[in-house]
Write a protein that binds this ligand. Structure first.
Ligand code: ATP
Ligand code: MG
Length: 426
């Protein structure tokens, strides 16, 4: 017998039973985004490798060890996108969406990173991302954060996530801080973990991100980023905080929050939960005013974030926050038993759909006894089953059964059943 071929490790199938949850989350996000006037953009999942190297930074986890990079048949180096920001900037630049205008954009789709698969961490995972361009003032930083807070409210997650907030300052301020940090850490090299030692040479701010307890202990006495901030960044941050305070959005200032990508400046933020173990960040973003220029465009202020869809779904499931109606995908199940019943069931179903297109009607196909069809009707989760036997067909009637047991079985004229269902399906 031939051996089964299995999916690639860390790349998941979303099975039919899970799809409604995905649709619920995506639908809710889309509603919130629409409420703020954001437009969708769709980018390819393959890009030239150079795009990610230049934007994310050569010395980052993503570029150093996580990208799916390969040569295509022409010998070009291509990479499956590990995130969406770089592609979005490329697309906007390429199509002239950036200058003398502002953009508020969102996208969703799979991202690819060769990480060690575990709960909440996969090799193909989905993000919903938001990018804004052309707005330098802190109001837009505040808007994107308020928008995420609104989403948590819609999803019932407000009490389960907390906002971590930081400012990285201007590039110059960060460079001054970097020097001070390097000086401090260089005197304590013997206490640093291996990764941090390497980072110290290549990307010292990332040491702040280390999960190693001994390195974290060393960092307690390290110089603080906020002592090195430039006035403009300080003011930008103060305004952002004032808006968040006035809007009642709570946050924690976390000076160690530096994010894993090189392109951020000024505002950075993460929404984290303590309900998912180590993979606690469900949404992360910030300002990246330098990125467009770094990719060959003209200086363009930008703010964005990305949410991890799988992590949000895990969180909704863990907290049992998925509304019951989300999992109910059928309203009416139509059964037919006897001569001519298959055809009659299909025609009646279609008539109902024609008269009330919002009703979700599934027709039983494939024959079988009355009992087996009723089992299927029950399993479908439908509110009502419609039964067509030979006598109903002869009389132009249909029998309606309330699968939730609320009402007695009754027989209606087929001509009346759509209106009856429209009234009784909730
Ligand atoms: P982490 O610190 O968890 O590795 P990150 O800083 O690499 O996250 P970003 O690049 O900022 O993550 O991506 C934004 C969001 O995408 C994360 O907050 C998370 O919710 C999600 N995410 C990132 N990597 C993965 C992954 N491998 N599997 C599932 N979700 C992921
Ligand atoms: Mg990561």
């Amino acid at each position: 017998m031939a051996k089964n071929i299995q999916a690639i490790r860390g790349m998941n199938d979303v099975l039919p039973a899970q799809s409604p949850v995905w649709q619920y989350l995506e639908g809710t996000v889309k509603d919130v985004l629409a409420g703020y006037g954001y437009d969708e953009i769709r980018m390819p999942i393959l890009e030239q490798t150079a795009l990610f190297k230049r934007s994310i930074g050569e010395v980052t986890d993503i570029v150093e060890k996580e990208m799916y990079t390969f040569e295509d048949r022409n010998g070009d180096s291509l990479t499956l996108r590990p995130e969406g920001t770089a592609s979005c900037v490329r697309a906007c630049e390429e199509h002239g969406l950036l200058y003398n205008q502002t953009q508020r954009l969102w996208y969703t789709g799979p991202m690819f990173r060769h990480e060690r698969p575990q709960k909440g961490r996969y090799r193909q995972f989905f993000q919903i991302g938001v990018e804004t361009f052309g707005m330098a003032t802190p109001d837009i930083d505040a808007e994107v954060i308020l928008m995420t807070a609104r989403l948590w409210q819609f999803l019932g997650l407000s009490d389960s996530v907390t906002l971590q907030l930081n400012t990285l300052g201007s590039n110059e301020a960060r460079a001054r801080y970097r020097d001070a940090l390097v000086e401090f850490l260089s005197e304590r090299k013997d206490q640093l973990d291996e990764d941090s030692l390497r980072r110290l040479e290549t990307n010292p701010l990332r040491v702040l991100d280390s999960k190693d307890p001994q390195t974290q202990a060393v960092l307690v006495g390290a110089p603080e980023l906020h002592d090195y901030l430039d006035d403009e960044s300080r003011e930008h941050f103060a305004t952002l905080r004032d808006i968040l305070d006035s809007a009642g959005v709570k946050y924690e200032i976390n000076q160690r929050l530096v994010r894993g990508l090189d392109y951020y400046c000024k505002t950075v933020f993460e929404w984290v939960t303590d309900k998912l173990g180590a993979q606690g960040t469900v949404c992360a973003g910030g300002r990246y005013d330098g990125l467009v220029e770094q990719l060959g465009g003209k200086p363009t202020p930008a703010v964005g974030f990305a949410m991890g869809v799988e992590r949000l779904i895990l969180l909704l499931e863990t907290l049992e926050l998925i509304p019951a109606e989300v999992l109910q995908t059928i309203d009416v199940y139509v059964c037919g038993v006897g001569v001519g019943a298959d055809k009659a069931a299909l025609l009646l179903s279609d008539r109902i759909r024609g008269e009330h297109p919002w009703l979700r009607v599934q027709t039983h196909c494939g024959g079988g006894s009355f009992k087996s069809q009723m089992k299927k009707a029950d399993k479908s989760g439908a509110h009502f089953a419609l039964l067509l036997g030979e006598s109903e067909i002869a009389d132009g009637n249909v029998t309606v059964k309330d699968m939730r047991g609320g009402a007695d079985q009754q027989t209606l004229a087929q001509a009346d059943v759509s209106a009856w269902l429209a009234e009784h399906v909730n």
